[in-house]
Every structure is written in structure tokens, then in C-alpha cells.
Design a protein around this ligand. Structure first.
Ligand SMILES: C[S@@+](CC[C@H](N)C(=O)[O-])C[C@H]1O[C@@H](n2cnc3c(N)ncnc32)[C@H](O)[C@@H]1O
Length: 202
């Protein structure tokens, strides 16, 4: 089946431009500032490459994305990073290939986010970082609104608007060390550490 974002690639940057200007670019910079410098880093779901301008100085940077059409645009923004078409639920890298991995606005549309996190745990070395910027289900009344909106966004664009991404990451074995809540808790910057199950103290 054709990835959903193949259909939106042409419009994506124009659609997001007002949000980039008001807050997204700032949040991207804050998110990528949490990555280690001079390290081997992996971005999953890089889309059209909106984060490339914020990549830290790296020994190796790999940017991966499911949609061929999104990647087609990302290529035009590429600098020294390698681009690759792949699914986060099944990454073509050996274990412990990276010091850190990150994603922005991706896990809302991954069909099985736990499988994606399992793959990130596998390819990031023990003690490495996984950093996420995701829109999530906020607490309280707004959460119920998101539940209603989610029914439509899943049907239209495969986007789970009410996902509890930090909880899923923690249940998948990642150590969530910090959550920075933005936009009344509707957006989270989630910082995780990769500790293998065998290393978690009893
Ligand atoms: C809302 S866009 C975000 C793109 C980019 N990260 C950004 O911040 O602008 C979601 C992206 O996640 C990608 N994506 C969705 N499911 C994926 C999967 N299973 N594996 C890899 N990428 C995926 C989509 O193709 C799309 O490019």
C-alpha cells in the first residue's frame, strides 16, 4: 500500500509554514539540541527534511523516512546526512548502530508505535538517547476533545491525534527521563534513555 504521506508531500511544507514560523522551528531547535554532538545519530520519519537545518555536528547522520515522495523533497535540503527510505517498525541496521535517535511528529502515524520503539531500542546503543517531539493526548477535558478529533484524523490521514506516546515509549522499555509539555500538554518533548531490560535495576 502507498504510504499516506506520498499524497501530502507536495503541500506539506506550505501547510506547515505558518506553524514553523510561530513555534515549530523553535521547538525543532530545542528538540535537536538534546542530541549528543559529534555522535552517530538517526532520524526516523524525517519527512521533507524540516529538521536538517537543526542537526548538530555529527560523526554520522542518517535520515530515514517511509514516504518516497517526502524523501524526494528531503533530498533537496540534504547536507552531509545520508537519506534512506525505510519503516521505523523494521529498521535495516544492526544492533547498537547509533548513539541517539530522534523523531518529530512521527509516532502519531506509525501503525504500531511499540514496534517502532522496539526497533529504536535495538539500533541505539545502551545508554544512548531517544528524543521525540510529538503531539499527544492532553489531560482533562481537552483529552476528550482529542478523542473525538482522532476518529476523524485516523480515518482521513492515519494520524492518531490522541496517542499517549510517552506512556507507550515507557511500556516499550525506554526510560523516559523528561517530558516538556507544550501547547497545554498537546505537544510533548520526550527525552528517553535506552537501557536494555537486563540493565534495569530490580
Ligand atoms: C507529520 S509528518 C512529520 C515529518 C517530519 N518529521 C517533520 O517534523 O516535519 C509524519 C512523517 O512520519 C512518516 N512516517 C509515518 N509512518 C512511518 C513509519 N512507519 N516509518 C517511518 N516514517 C513514518 C510519514 O511518512 C511522514 O513523513
Amino acid at each position: 500500500m502507498q504510504p499516506t504521506y506520498d499524497r501530502f508531500a507536495k503541500f506539506y511544507d506550505r501547510l506547515f509554514a505558518p506553524f514553523e514560523k510561530r513555534f515549530l522551528a523553535r521547538w525543532r531547535a530545542e528538540t535537536l539540541a538534546e542530541l549528543p554532538k559529534n555522535a552517530e545519530i538517526l532520524e526516523v520519519g524525517c519527512g521533507t527534511g524540516a529538521n536538517f537545518a537543526f542537526y548538530p555536528q555529527s560523526r554520522r547522520a542518517v535520515s530515514s523516512e517511509l514516504s518516497h515522495e517526502m524523501l524526494h523533497i528531503a533530498v533537496t535540503r540534504r547536507h552531509s546526512n545520508h537519506l534512506l527510505q525505510t519503516d521505523v517498525q523494521s529498521l535495516p541496521f544492526p544492533a547498537n548502530s547509533f548513539d541517539a535517535a530522534f523523531a518529530t511528529l512521527v509516532f502519531c502515524s506509525v501503525p504500531d508505535p511499540a514496534a517502532g520503539f522496539a526497533e529504536l531500542r535495538r539500533v541505539v546503543r545502551p545508554g544512548g538517547r531517544i528524543v521525540l517531539l510529538e503531539h499527544v493526548r492532553p489531560e482533562g477535558f481537552l483529552g476528550s476533545v482529542f478523542d473525538v478529533v482522532s476518529a476523524a484524523t485516523v480515518a482521513l490521514i492515519d494520524d492518531h491525534f490522541n496517542r499517549r506516546t510517552a506512556e507507550i515509549a515507557a511500556k516499550s522499555g525506554l526510560i523516559v527521563t523528561e517530558i516538556r509539555r507544550k501547547a497545554a500538554g498537546a505537544v510533548n518533548l520526550i527525552i528517553c534513555e535506552n537501557i536494555k531490560a537486563s540493565e534495569i535495576p530490580a
